[in-house]
Ligand binder design. Structure first.
Ligand SMILES: Cc1cc2nc3c(=O)[nH]c(=O)nc-3n(C[C@H](O)[C@H](O)[C@H](O)COP(=O)(O)OP(=O)(O)OC[C@H]3O[C@@H](n4cnc5c(N)ncnc54)[C@H](O)[C@@H]3O)c2cc1C
Length: 380
């Protein structure tokens, strides 16, 4: 529960320090709070629903029986001056610059950073479907799979689906991957060939170019009527963002993500900034950034620069971001590093095998390390 007193912004006295509230203590929000502490003398409060930092990019490992660390946010924030409150934001009141919390309190702010992440979209695939989009979802799947070899159908051939299905296959489960696109459609031909070869080696049955229509207790029904028998179905298609911003009247895109300018300030409410999966941030050419740590971490550092500029009365510089590579784990001993152009389209350059697995592991370790060291550069 919250240990904070509610401090409505309008009750502040002129001598008070600017209060920046960050909602969401995941990859983008925790780093934003840390970077704000380094770059500004503002009073900073981080609100998260739980005192654990979830390494979301390791949740497929958790589901398959691994035990990724989940450090306490209070430990990550020790010595930074950031106040942590373990509570859930229920609603925003932008006209009065307040966040309404689950414990009944209200938290006033001068600048608000929304970093609420995303969750599996429950409407994406009807029926009994597991997911690995949250720690609790991955724990439930882990419990379901524990103790014996299961038949598992993973729906979705994006990076999360690939990482999950190979991890589960390597853990000994009988896996099927169902994907509407051709396997590796957004990779280079070499990258796609490697992914297919690893699936074959691990015994993953690949049904690509096939659309899943619904899950049921015995498995999956595909759009063409084919039945796929499975004890467990896991969906990795479709992610939804919390509806706080939409409900509060902020400008959002069709997915509910906050529309932001190039400095990551809301286009409708400039004292609100948005980062990570919940932000509709774009590259300078207008291309939407994909939901990823790779895009969320640079956004978090940008938010600190923007707020520092605003407080100093200068014009904030825009986010500069270019894609460099996509890294996929394919079990613990294989992987794919797909080099990409600045716009994320694949180049014909890949690294595969154990070296790629090591590169991916180093990137995942660094994504946690930067949470304690917010000055480490996070983009090319
Ligand atoms: C299995 C898996 C593997 C992935 N692998 C990769 C990868 O290899 N590379 C990559 O770049 N990306 C990867 N991703 C995507 C990446 O995890 C997300 O893009 C990233 O976590 C987004 O960061 P975020 O801070 O926006 O959200 P999150 O990390 O989800 O954090 C959001 C935080 O907000 C909290 N929160 C939500 N609502 C509230 C509320 N109302 N009140 C208070 N707190 C709230 C949540 O509890 C959470 O702590 C992967 C995702 C999954 C699921």
């Amino acid at each position: 529960m919250s240990m904070l007193q509610a401090v409505p912004a309008r009750e502040r006295t002129p001598g008070d320090r600017t209060h920046v509230v960050v909602l969401g203590g995941g990859y983008a929000g925790q780093l934003a709070a840390q970077a704000l502490a380094v770059r500004t003398d503002a009073r900073i409060t981080l609100v998260n629903d739980g005192d654990r930092f979830t390494q979301r990019i390791r949740l497929h490992e958790l589901a398959a029986g691994g035990a990724p660390a989940a450090p306490r946010l209070t430990d990550l924030l020790a010595g930074t001056g950031v106040t942590f409150t373990d509570d859930r934001a229920e609603a925003l009141d932008p006209s009065r610059r307040r966040v309404l919390l689950r414990d009944g309190g209200a938290l006033g702010y001068d600048q608000l950073v929304l970093a609420l992440g995303s969750r599996a979209d429950p409407t994406a695939l009807p029926g009994p479907v597991h997911d690995v989009s949250t720690a609790s979802g991955a724990e439930r799947l882990r419990a379901r799979l524990a103790g014996r070899r299961r038949t598992v159908a993973v729906v979705g051939g994006g990076l999360t689906g690939l990482e999950l299905v190979t991890e589960l296959a390597e853990a000994g489960h009988a896996t099927t991957l169902v994907t509407a696109e051709e396997l590796g459609a957004d990779l280079s031909p070499r990258g796609a060939r490697h992914v297919r070869a690893v699936c074959e080696r691990l015994g993953v049955t690949v049904l690509d170019g096939r659309r899943a229509a619904a899950a049921h207790d015995g498995g999956l029904t595909l759009a063409d009527g084919t039945e796929v028998a499975a004890e467990v179905v896991v969906g990795t298609v479709g992610f939804a963002v919390p509806d706080l911003a939409r409900r509060a009247g902020l400008a959002v895109d069709d997915h509910g993500r906050v529309r932001v300018d190039p400095t990551l300030r809301s286009t409708s409410h400039p004292d609100v900034l948005a980062v990570g999966d919940a932000s509709a941030a774009t590259r300078p050419d207008g291309q939407p950034l994909r939901m990823a740590c790779a895009t969320g971490l640079p956004q978090a550092q940008q938010v600190a620069r923007t707020v520092a500029s605003v407080l100093a009365g200068t014009t904030p510089a825009p986010l500069r971001f270019r894609y460099a590579l996509r890294c996929v784990s394919l079990g613990r001993r294989d992987g794919l590093v797909q080099f990409v152009h600045a716009d994320d389209s694949p180049r014909d350059v890949v690294v595969t095998g154990r070296l790629a697995a090591a590169v991916k592991e180093a990137i995942v370790v660094n994504a946690l390390r930067v949470q304690r060291h917010p000055r480490i550069p996070t983009s090319a």
